[in-house]
Design a protein. Sequence first.
Length: 103
Amino acid sequence: MADLTQEQWREQLEKDDNAVIIDVRTDAEFEEGYIPGAAQIDIYNGAEFLERAKELDPEKNYYVYCRSGGRSGQACMLLNSVGVKNAYNLKGGIMEWEGELNH
């Protein structure tokens, strides 16, 4: 797991052909706006989160975010624990995101 600044996360993501973006917020938070291309897996639903995490391709690079960076940090550790090698946490979360958002 690596904590990346907003700039590092965006730059690395743009150059990564093997990237998957994961939003670990709740359904209601996700509906308020999300980073384009993000798949949502709510970390507050622990059992489902772990099940879905185990189904992910461990060879892909996962760019994970939440509202402020706390839940996504936990999510990155959980992804690592089920065999995902590369999980990148967005420090500051979507609250500090200056890029495009979908609604």
